[in-house]
Design a protein. Structure first.
Length: 431
């Protein structure tokens, strides 16, 4: 377990740094352009690249020692952030903030791809829970992983807003580059006891093994359903990703919005600690569905009025229950899939689930910007939905949240009644 804790500490440093820069970039883009469409495209592009590369990442994880994968990922991210820093110094700000220019997309894309490759570490970390933690303690270990992610989110939420508001993008980049280097240096001294690679003979000579990934998933009754279910939920997640920051920045200044995200992300830490203490119960599949019902009901109510405290409380509850759902999916896969195939299964699952998020983000950005938001500022829109959503500047975004969460609730209720849910629950119990 001491090796697992060392890996967690290093992951904390790396995740804090990457999230810090990514949040700062999102805040900076919206404040400089005031375009929901620009932030939606950036957020959607991030998830699209995660989807495209996750299968490759999963194969790399299965093909190599886990520490080698993590070190390689850290080096790539460090170089990408360093290049972004050079671009910031070399080009005038007017070109970097013009979201219709190629320089804007090259600068943002360099930071984006550095963050995407850092995701390979997370796939490796999921397999290391299986490698380093006894099976009866993996749900609690996954809770600790959620806690680390929550700490990273809390720290970066606060400091990203303050950094952009007080220091600007240049110093923010410099800080991110420095801490990425520190994480890389620390990782070199972390010991991971992996005597040999758990080779799968079917993987020999393959750079991408989609067939093997699908075969491993289909071998477990109901596991494909679990991934598809999460994919549908991520369609709703894309809506949240595209509009949560614009809504928050409507209610708060950038400095205070960062502080609000930092405070509410304590929910993420508490949720992870609850899992680390009590586990997920006998049936993590059921636990995951119950959590998603809570998310759907929350999404239908936390923007029902334009009150800052209602939005803040809603985000805190959302943060508190999300680690439970994440830990449940991780624990199920770690138990029912052999270690030699887990990298590809986690990679394929991440690819499929992530692919749905940019689809909805790319769709909802233009729809919100050109249709729903203008409509909710007209007399007709106010007369139609004013009784439900009340008055305010961001009632169009609130309407999108409400409709997306209603769709999510219907999907979860249907999942509870499905045969696949029963099959996966039974298989997990018998494995």
């Amino acid at each position: 377990m001491k090796h697992f804790y060392q890996v967690l500490l290093n992951t904390l440093i790396a995740n804090v740094t990457t999230s810090y820069l990514w949040f700062a970039l999102t805040f900076w883009i919206y404040l400089e352009t005031r375009s929901v469409l620009a932030t939606a495209i950036i957020g959607g592009a991030y998830m699209l690249f995660v989807a495209l590369f996750s299968i490759v990442f999963g194969t790399i994880v299965d093909h190599n020692r886990k520490k080698t994968v993590m070190v390689g990922s850290s080096i790539f991210t460090f170089v990408a952030f360093l290049l972004a820093g050079v671009m910031y110094l070399a080009f005038p700000k007017s070109e970097l903030i013009d979201w219709q220019s190629w320089m804007f997309w090259l600068f943002s894309g360099t930071i984006l791809i550095g963050g995407v490759v850092e995701n390979m570490r997370n796939i490796a970390l999921s397999t290391m829970v299986t490698l380093l933690v006894p099976k009866e303690g993996r749900d609690k270990a996954n809770g600790l992983v959620g806690t680390v992610q929550g700490v990273a989110f809390m720290v970066t939420s606060v400091f990203s807003g303050l950094s952009i508001g007080l220091l600007g993008m240049g110093w923010t980049l410099a800080i991110a580059i420095a801490f990425t280097g520190i994480a890389l240096a620390h990782l070199l001294f972390v010991k991971i006891p992996e005597k040999r690679i758990a080779h799968d003979p079917e993987l020999e000579g393959k750079k991408v093994d989609i067939k093997g990934s699908i075969a491993a998933i289909k071998a477990v009754p109901g596991l494909l359903w679990l991934i598809l279910f999460t994919t549908f939920n991520n369609l709703v997640g894309g809506v949240f990703m595209a509009l949560m920051d614009p809504y928050g920045l409507t209610l708060f200044s950038v400095e205070w919005w960062g502080v609000v995200l930092g405070i509410t992300s304590t929910g993420f830490i508490i949720g992870g600690l609850v899992v680390a203490k009590f586990g997920l119960g006998k049936n993590p599949v059921r636990t995951m569905l119950l959590v998603n019902i809570g998310v759907a009901l929350l999404g239908m109510t936390f923007t029902i009025r334009e009150f800052w405290w209602l939005y803040a409380i809603g985000i805190w509850i959302f943060m508190a229950i999300m680690p439970i759902a994440e830990a449940a999916e991780q624990t199920i896969i770690q138990r029912v899939v052999p270690l030699k195939r887990q990298g590809r299964v986690f990679g394929l699952a991440q690819a499929v689930e992530s692919a749905s998020t940019p689809v909805s983000a790319f769709l909802i950005g233009p729809i919100a910007e050109f249709i729903i938001l203008p409509y909710m500022k007209t007399k007709e829109g106010i007369d139609t939905f004013g009784w439900l959503l009340g008055p305010g500047e961001a009632r169009g975004i609130a309407l999108v949240f409400l409709l997306a969460s209603l769709v999510m609730l219907i999907i979860v209720l249907l999942a509870f009644m499905s045969r696949a849910y029963r099959n996966l629950s039974e298989y997990y119990a018998k494995t």
